[in-house]
Design a protein. Structure first.
Length: 211
């Protein structure tokens, strides 16, 4: 891997992301770009910035992930963002942590399975509509570019039998979204400004209750 590619991951080093993960990030980027020519996995306009816009953006959530967790569930995995990225990181940090990737598209699931097998990741792909699943058990729920926050919270409460926390990516209207959501929901949360965009935040939610 050339030095210019390594430099694009430099923001992850303070977050304890091992350099040993970088070659696997590169392999994943290659697979993403190859398959993106066949099916819509990521926006074509972001391919030239794939490391910052997708890999680093997803990987920074590692700061919120408790290494005591055993299962992380990506509820709208799509191309594997963020589930595959986190599985790559945890392959070094905690190999027995498992990632459940829910995606209803058959072709995207085929891609996820290929990535999982080629990179030897501790992940399981479910070709299912997460909204139709019941009594799911996990430690962590994570979602990126999936559904609006209130819909995700409703899904977590209704469809999951057990979970300890959620990690959600919020965009430009983050403050209004949180304030509006807190009129109907009660929860504790931590937040951090994204290292890839000052207009975005990542929040970790615990102790979720409907008002």
């Amino acid at each position: 891997m050339i030095d210019s590619n390594i430099l694009e991951y430099k923001n992850l080093e303070p977050l304890n992301v091992s350099r040993e993960t970088f070659p696997q990030f590169e392999a994943y980027c290659d697979l993403l770009k190859r398959e993106n020519n066949k099916i819509n996995l990521i926006s074509k306009s972001t391919e030239s910035q794939i490391r910052k816009r997708h890999i680093v953006d997803c990987a920074q959530t590692i700061e919120f992930i408790d290494e005591n967790y055993d299962i992380c569930t990506d509820i709208g995995s799509g191309s594997g963002l963020p589930g595959i990225v986190l599985a790559i990181i945890m392959k070094i940090k905690k190999p027995n942590m498992k990632f459940h990737l829910y995606e209803k598209s058959f072709r995207k699931c085929e891609f996820l399975i290929e990535v999982k097998e080629k990179l030897d990741l501790n992940a399981e792909v479910f070709q299912k509509d997460i909204f139709e699943e019941k009594n799911i058990e996990t430690d962590l729920i994570i979602a990126r570019a999936f559904k609006p926050l209130p819909i995700i919270l409703d899904l977590a409460k209704k469809n999951f039998k057990k979970f300890r926390s959620l990690i959600i990516f919020l965009g430009k209207n983050k403050k209004n979204v949180l304030e509006k959501t807190l009129t109907n929901w009660s929860f504790d949360y931590k937040e951090k400004t994204s290292i890839t965009s000052s207009e975005s935040k990542i929040i970790q939610i615990c102790n979720l209750k409907k008002k």
